[in-house]
Design a protein around this ligand. Structure first.
Ligand code: SF4
Length: 594
């Protein structure tokens, strides 16, 4: 019973003491290097303030590049320039990526314009929509970090906890289809984001005050009541899905909440745990995993239950090996029954059983749609999430003009697209005309049936972990596959391709019809067989395929699909999953390995 649950509590000594002293056991080796950096950081302060004042170097001092991630910033370099600069005997070209945390991807028109201003003033002139509904700015110099973060904060946005070993941006279905219910789902995302944000004053001191001296000590009365001194063992991701529409890739989240309605009333959430995409090539002990059901939570208890889940990972997650530190390994290795019991002990009550989830698919929300209040929203396709101007499509300029003129609400989606919301029906024609002036098509079909559903991460030249290109390579692959599909009579069929520059899986490549995962420069592992509701992972079909061989490798498989699918509704991923990779190979669809 409930009392026994409390009596039997075996909660580990944790770091949520008001003293702020960590009691987390970092293991015999004292934990990974990052654990030590967190512990000694005085709640994310470290030497960051000092480093920012040091104009003699474009970089941070050793270890601080780990700490600054908690502030939403990555130190990066232009990897394209690396060889030439080395040959010329000059240092690497360092700059920073700045990511804003935007729960549910919802920003005001003013906030959008601020991000756009900063992109032009301090970054590389582009805005990137992340696969978790945030904004990323690339190419910011160290000396410009402070004004960048201050501008973002003045617009009432934050970069705190957009990266780092904490709960990151909370995803939620972005579409305002049913005003009340969708905003309830969005509200839960906001509540969770606020509740799970670090409480340290370091962010304010370093970025907003700016005058705080670098030697500032941790204030005596400051604590991190949830995270303690060492925060979480690894990043933590939460998504909230609207019933039936898996547009937030719910099974890839550490915690996925699937809303349930009864007579158009929100009655609660089925809680899934232990999803995650990252893996390492050649290390079988690392793997992507789909989240599994834990319980059902009412709207009133959902924040408390999620907090308890976070504390289990905080206390039991692996702090000695960062490649084994995500919560998915804890769930997989200890089992869902153990995890449930641990959460129940912390809550002092039993959890309700998870309910059955039904999906109708994934809605990308592109094109014109009516909102419940009679107004309209327009979903615009953004190739690879990059808002930029090219000679033929001036997406950044066109969006800016529309936002300045019509002040629509802005929502970023998990497919890296943008929704313009709350549009008066009478403004539709003028908005379409304004977009067309800039070469932007409001019709989602213009993006092509493969391009529309493609996802990629930034990879080279900015990401320090990238083994190969993704954002720069995917458009040509998509165009070739679309061309091939037209040639073999499949131009009306949809296909999803997701490409990443390494196996960490930021664009969730293991969920697409086709996943292309960078292995070395211009060489990819090809995964096949995901489904359109994002409930099934694909599997490795061909290792080490050269970039130029990707489309030729896929073409015979597409021909087989055309000729042998059970009916017109059988998608490519479903076909591959049904017949299996061995059949594909035996049928002559042999890959071209590098
Ligand atoms: Fe970088 Fe890899 Fe993530 Fe792509 S998937 S952004 S290459 S870490």
């Amino acid at each position: 019973n409930q009392v026994d649950l409390l009596k039997g509590s075996t909660i580990m000594a944790t770091s949520n003491e008001s003293s702020g002293k960590s009691l987390v056991d970092l293991g015999p080796g004292g934990g990974s290097g990052v654990e030590r950096i967190k512990l000694e950081s005085r709640h994310l302060r470290g030497r960051l303030a000092e480093d920012l004042k040091d104009s003699s170097t474009p970089t941070l001092s050793p270890g601080q590049e780990q700490l600054i991630k908690f502030h939403g910033i990555y130190q990066q370099e232009d990897r394209d320039a690396r060889q030439a600069r080395k040959a010329a005997g000059v240092a690497k070209e360092y700059n920073f990526m700045v990511r804003s945390r935007i729960p549910g991807g919802a920003v005001t028109p003013e906030q959008y314009l601020t991000q756009d201003d900063i992109a032009g003033r301090f970054a590389n002139g582009t805005l990137r929509i992340t696969t978790r509904q945030g904004f990323q700015l690339h190419g910011v110099l160290k000396g410009d970090l402070q004004p960048t973060i201050q501008s973002i904060n003045e617009a009432l946005l934050s970069t705190l906890a957009a990266c780092g070993d904490v709960n990151r941006n909370v995803m939620a279905c972005a579409a305002p289809v049913s005003s009340r219910l969708h905003s309830q789902v969005q509200e839960v995302a906001h509540k969770l984001a606020m509740h799970l944000a670090p409480k340290s004053g370091a962010y304010h001191e370093i970025w907003i005050d700016g005058e705080s001296v670098a030697t500032v000590e941790t204030p005596q009365d400051e604590s991190e009541p949830l995270y303690g001194d060492t925060y979480l063992p690894r990043k933590f991701k939460i998504g909230v899905a609207f019933p039936g529409d898996n547009c937030v890739d719910i099974y890839t989240q550490d915690v996925g909440l699937v809303a349930e309605l009864d007579n158009e009333e929100l009655v609660g959430f089925t809680v899934l745990i232990g999803g995650g995409m990252g893996m390492t090539h050649g290390k079988a002990e690392t793997y992507p995993r789909l989240a599994t059901p834990l319980c059902f939570a009412t709207p009133e208890e959902v924040v408390e239950i999620v907090e308890s889940i976070v504390t289990v990972q905080r206390d039991f997650g692996d702090r000695t090996n960062r490649k084994h530190a995500r919560m998915k390994y804890l769930v997989e290795e200890r089992g869902i029954a153990w995890f449930r019991a641990e959460v129940e002990r912390r809550l002092g009550r039993f959890l309700c059983a998870a309910r059955t989830i039904e999906w109708h698919g994934v809605d990308d929300h592109l094109g014109w749609h009516q909102q419940a209040d009679g107004r309209l929203f327009l979903g615009l396709w953004v190739e690879n999430g990059r808002i930029k101007d090219t000679p033929s499509i001036r997406l950044r300029a066109g969006l800016r003009r529309v936002v300045e003129t019509f002040s629509p609400g802005i929502r970023l989606t998990g497919q890296q697209n943008i929704l313009l919301t709350d549009i008066e029906p009478g403004d539709r024609a003028a908005i379409e005309a304004m977009l067309a002036e800039h070469g932007i098509q409001a019709d989602p079909d213009a993006s092509g049936n493969v391009g529309r559903h493609a996802l990629s991460c930034p990879a080279l030249p900015t990401c320090g972990l990238a083994l190969s290109d993704a954002e720069r390579a995917l458009p040509d692959v998509v165009r070739q596959v679309e061309h091939d599909m037209a040639e073999i009579g499949l131009s009306g069929e949809k296909l999803s391709i997701r490409m990443t520059g390494c196996p960490n899986g930021c664009a969730r490549p293991y969920m697409g019809d086709i996943g292309l995962v960078g292995k070395t420069r211009d060489v990819y592992n090809v995964y096949l067989g995901g489904d359109w509701a994002n409930t099934r992972m694909n599997t490795l079909f061909a290792p080490s395929v050269r970039l130029e061989e990707l489309a030729p490798t896929l073409k015979p498989l597409l021909v087989l699909w055309r000729d042998e699918r059970e009916d017109d509704d059988e998608t490519f991923g479903d076909f591959v999953h049904r017949v299996g990779p061995d059949y594909l190979r035996s049928a002559g669809a042999v890959s071209q390995s590098a």
